[in-house]
Design a protein around this ligand. Structure first.
Ligand code: GLN
Length: 505
């Protein structure tokens, strides 16, 4: 297991260790583990060492390289970086080289972080397991026959395996929190607008938010404080003052009211999920928090509304990948090679034929399914029945949360998923896969911040799979939410099992 980001930055800044050494260790761990895990799509061996040496040179000159000095960080591969490729896990962007870096990536680099590589993901962020990547699935470091969750599959696996202390992910409907839960780590989905989306490859723009995966709450808070804040390049980034995300651990926590939604206890849950919830409730009681019952009556509608809104926005956002303006262009059709292009389009020849071929070859089946569903829901005659109805449901989901805040809750405690990670290939039915997201999507529909953290373990010794919990807070309350998460992390420690990473040298 790697040292924490907080520790690495402190050691590098105190010159107890060089950034170059930290970087070489991280690269060695990645090289050893990645052939099994497939967590990284690219590793920047030379570039990362160059960055690390530059940090050391700044230290030697007496400069402070910043709060993440020498910390190795991985980026989900839908976050643009001006070197390497940014694939979004898709054949469509297999060779895409971004001319610019995402604001979040730029801020990490400016704070002294070393970008060691780009991590695997479900294509364009569409998936809950990591299996929808065009570049093969990522494996869960706790049990390599299982999925790590998705869509930030590689970022979660990389942190859980101890390859890097911190990675960036994106969360449109749970893609940071759900894999964090299944990999036994911490994941922070900030309030919509807290972190700039400039340079994040769009999936569903009213839901997408960049956030952090880390081994512990403090590291996630540290990274969040670096990437958060207004950005003139993203009109949806909020012009709000940043609060303190990294608290002095000696400050006593304020009196906390934690709401536990009735819906958090479904009979269909895995027993370990209920046990994790009970254990967290007890831990909170022991440290003096008040636990109250709340109701989120539109939880089931959230799932339907999410999959409608997300698909509608995706169909619009992904229209640009036509092989002409953006994305992989199919080579001209040869005689007898019409492939999957429908007869009607082939007859058109030329442009339409090229669009069809490029999109059929470049986009995977789940992405195609969402584009078709979204296009249908937005089309004349269906728009009111589907899209507008989904927007109304979205509003109701938000009022559920608002009622909990009005009743005095500082945060709500929920599972991240109904059970632990499943085996690769086990959820072939798309609907069964979507159902895994029942506890995460409402947060995105309402634009709220949430922190996922380890809740417990499922199974007997030998298959101790992580089970995750999440704390959801009112908009812009990341600071008190992280404090509540830190409190739970300390009061309800979940033993970390050995991961597949070799020990750090
Ligand atoms: N699993 C959800 C989906 O497939 C959420 C993905 C995400 O947050 N990017 O849409």
């Amino acid at each position: 297991m790697t040292a924490s980001a907080t520790q690495i930055a402190a050691d590098v800044r105190a010159r107890r260790v060089s950034a170059a050494q930290v970087c070489r260790d991280a690269l060695a761990r990645i090289d050893a583990a990645n052939p099994r895990l497939n967590a990284f799509l690219q590793v920047f061996h030379d570039r990362a060492l160059e960055q690390a040496r530059a940090i050391d040179a700044r230290m030697a000159r007496g400069e402070d390289p910043g709060p993440l000095a020498g910390v190795p960080v991985a980026l989900k591969d839908n976050i643009c970086l001006e070197w390497g490729r940014t694939t979004a896990g898709s054949r469509m962007l297999e060779n895409y080289e971004s001319p610019f870096s995402a604001t979040a990536a730029r801020r990490l680099i400016d704070a002294g972080a070393v970008i060691v590589g780009k991590t695997n993901l479900d294509e364009f962020g569409m998936g809950s397991s990591g299996e929808n990547s065009a570049f093969g699935p990522t494996r869960n470091p706790h049990d390599e026959s299982r999925v790590p969750g998705g869509s930030s599959s590689g970022s979660a696996a990389a942190v859980a395996a101890g390859l890097v202390p911190v990675a960036l992910g994106s969360d449109t409907g749970g893609s940071i929190r759900q894999p964090a839960g299944w990999c036994g780590i911490v994941g922070v989905k900030p309030t919509y607008g807290r972190v700039s989306r400039y340079g994040l490859i769009a999936y569903a723009s009213s839901l997408d938010q960049i956030g952090v995966l880390a081994g512990m709450v403090d590291d996630a808070a540290l990274a969040l404080s670096v990437i958060a804040g207004p950005d003139p390049l993203d009109a949806t980034s909020a012009r709000r003052e940043l609060e303190e995300f990294t608290h002095d651990p000696s400050t006593p926590p304020p009196s906390l009211v934690i709401g536990v939604p009735r819906q958090a206890r479904a009979a269909s849950h895995h027993a370990a999920v209920t046990a994790a919830l009970d254990s967290a409730i007890n831990a909170y009681k022991v440290v003096g928090a008040r636990i109250v019952d709340v109701d989120l009556p539109h939880t089931d509608h959230a799932l339907a509304a999410y999959y409608l809104v997300a698909a509608a926005e995706a169909s619009s956002n992904l229209a640009r990948y036509d092989g002409i303006r953006y994305g992989r262009r199919s080579s001209p059709a040869r005689e007898g090679e019409a492939g999957e292009v429908p007869e009607s389009s082939r007859a058109e020849g030329g442009l339409l034929d090229l669009y069809c071929r490029s999109r059929s070859e470049g986009l995977g089946p789940e992405v195609q399914r969402r584009i078709m569903l979204g296009t249908y829901a937005l089309s004349a005659g269906y728009y009111d029945a589907y899209y507008l109805t989904a927007l109304r449901a979205r509003r109701l989901v938000k009022t559920d949360f608002d009622a909990a805040w009005a009743a005095g809750c500082h945060a709500l405690l929920l599972p991240t998923s109904p059970g632990p990670a499943f085996r690769l290939g086990e959820r072939a039915d798309p609907i069964a896969m979507y159902l895994e997201d029942v506890y995460t999507v409402g947060v995105n529909l309402a634009g709220l911040p949430a922190v996922a953290l380890p809740g417990g373990r499922a199974g007997e010794a030998g298959s101790r799979l992580p089970v995750g919990l999440q704390l959801v807070g009112p908009a812009w309350q990341e600071s008190s939410l992280l404090r509540a998460a830190r409190l739970l992390e300390a009061a309800n420690p979940v033993p970390r099992t050995a991961t597949s990473a070799p020990a750090s040298s």
